[in-house]
Design a protein around this ligand. Structure first.
Ligand SMILES: Cc1cc2nc3c(=O)[nH]c(=O)nc-3n(C[C@H](O)[C@H](O)[C@H](O)COP(=O)(O)OP(=O)(O)OC[C@H]3O[C@@H](n4cnc5c(N)ncnc54)[C@H](O)[C@@H]3O)c2cc1C
Length: 402
């Protein structure tokens, strides 16, 4: 990273803030996709700076005690050396000993990976990014400015929380999206309504029951999912094809893409982990499959929230707290640091339109991870694809600067 002397130091800035840092590649975000790309950039000798909270989503939006659905073969290293398995070996552990993988172990692996790869992370947030003649200038939350020829953004899913329309009728203090409810202690002895019926809904119910919640209702529109082991090995072919054939996903026919989407859906959403049912104490957890919430009553001022269900008896449920395990929907306009560039970024269905190398319509601005799933395939929403995404992106940048 280089230091530039600002032509226009701003009055009242903190000491040291009158310099503008500069780098070739600014990576925004410090989760798996960001760290994977930044580590490969370093391997390629490309000057890179990461800004974000290291494994921030994993620390701040996944509860302690959560177990991963992925195994020990998913990792961050495009070079295939500093893998999760390599980390376990260094700890004297075998893969079998740690399955299912606790979230805490993957957080530790992320930290180890960052240190062993010497990925330079500036822990904090980017407030804004503006285009300049020679690239971009980012303003960080601490007031520092950073210039870069290229920006790689890996915003993850957090900005894309999805809620049903009726959520607006539930007072904010009584409601949370599942990714915002990671500490359960305050809910001991309370009644919780969980809306949604996929892995997070059922895993949050298990965790709540284990934290002495009095009563949990899980309401979802579909039947109770299957609880069976899932092999994610089918991702391997898709990821190999993505690496081998430039623009592979977009070259498939709509029917071929739909078949892959359905396969991912069956594994990821229609099937849940087999270790869950034993943790759903039937005295505490009550299931309402094939059911929707049709009305919310009196939540705004009352001490509890009462909802009417869509079943034939129009039953009502009363809860102290509502958890929306209702997933994520893309909407690039919600990523605050992209606001200044938004009018130049082409989007479709809320996703950025990307070229074969993850580049947006703004030359030099790249988006990876969940934001790339429309143009690269649903597996881009999973850590498994992080090394492949890093490889495609960094090979392209290396060629660009060769
Ligand atoms: C409930 C749940 C369970 C999951 N289980 C698994 C699993 O079992 N296995 C698995 O592999 N994956 C799992 N995932 C998916 C996994 O979380 C994502 O695939 C992965 O985190 C995506 O990585 P990312 O780098 O794209 O984004 P994230 O990990 O979401 O990281 C986003 C980064 O952006 C940073 N950021 C945000 N705003 C700013 C800003 N303004 N400036 C700078 N940085 C910013 C954050 O600090 C963070 O570092 C799960 C996800 C959820 C929601």
């Amino acid at each position: 990273m280089h230091l530039l002397v600002s032509a226009d130091p701003q009055a009242g800035r903190e000491p040291g803030m009158d310099t503008i840092l500069s780098t070739d590649v600014l990576v925004v975000g410090a989760g798996p996709f960001a760290l994977s790309a930044a580590a490969l950039a370093r391997d390629y000798g490309i000057d890179t700076q990461v800004v974000g909270r290291p494994m921030g989503f994993w620390h701040e939006h996944m509860p302690d005690g959560m177990l991963l659905r992925s195994g020990v073969d998913w990792h961050l290293d495009a070079a295939g050396v500093h893998t999760l398995q390599a980390y376990l070996e260094e700890q004297g552990l075998t893969g079998d000993e740690v399955l299912p993988v606790p979230v805490g172990l993957f957080r530790e692996y992320g930290e180890w990976f960052r240190h062993v790869k010497q990925v330079p992370v500036r822990s904090g947030l980017v407030r804004d990014i503006a285009q300049r003649e020679t690239g971009f200038e980012a303003e960080l939350a601490d007031g520092q400015r950073l210039r870069a020829k290229v920006v790689v953004a890996a915003p993850g899913v957090c900005y894309f929380r999805q809620l049903p329309p009726w959520a607006a009728g539930v007072p904010a203090r009584r409601a949370a999206h599942s990714c915002d409810l990671v500490c359960f202690d305050d809910l001991a002895g309370r009644r919780v309504l969980i809306v949604g019926g996929r892995q997070s809904a059922y895993e949050w119910a298990a965790l709540l029951a284990e934290h002495d919640v009095e009563h949990v209702d899980i309401v979802h529109r579909h039947p109770v999912p299957r609880f069976e082991p899932v092999s994610w090995a089918f991702f391997d072919d898709y990821i190999d094809s993505t690496l081998q054939v430039s623009g592979w996903w977009r070259r498939l026919t709509a029917t071929e893409r739909e078949a892959i989407v359905m396969r991912c859906w069956r594994a990821g959403r229609a099937t849940l982990e087999p270790w869950l049912p034993a943790r759903l104490d039937p005295a505490v957890v009550h299931l309402w499959p094939d059911t929707d919430v049709v009305q919310v009553h009196g939540g705004a001022t009352g001490d509890s929230v009462r909802v009417t269900l869509s079943n034939s008896d129009s039953e009502t449920l009363t809860a102290d707290h509502v958890v929306f395990a209702t997933g994520y929907a893309p909407d690039l306009a919600r990523v605050p640091y992209l606001a200044g560039l938004l009018e130049h970024i082409a989007t479709r269905n809320g996703f950025p339109v990307l070229d074969e190398n993850f580049q947006t319509a703004v030359p030099g601005l790249y988006l990876t991870g969940f934001a790339a799933t429309q143009d690269f395939g649903p597996f881009l929403g999973f850590v498994k694809a992080a090394p492949a995404a890093a490889t495609i992106l960094l090979r392209h940048l290396q060629a660009r600067w060769a």
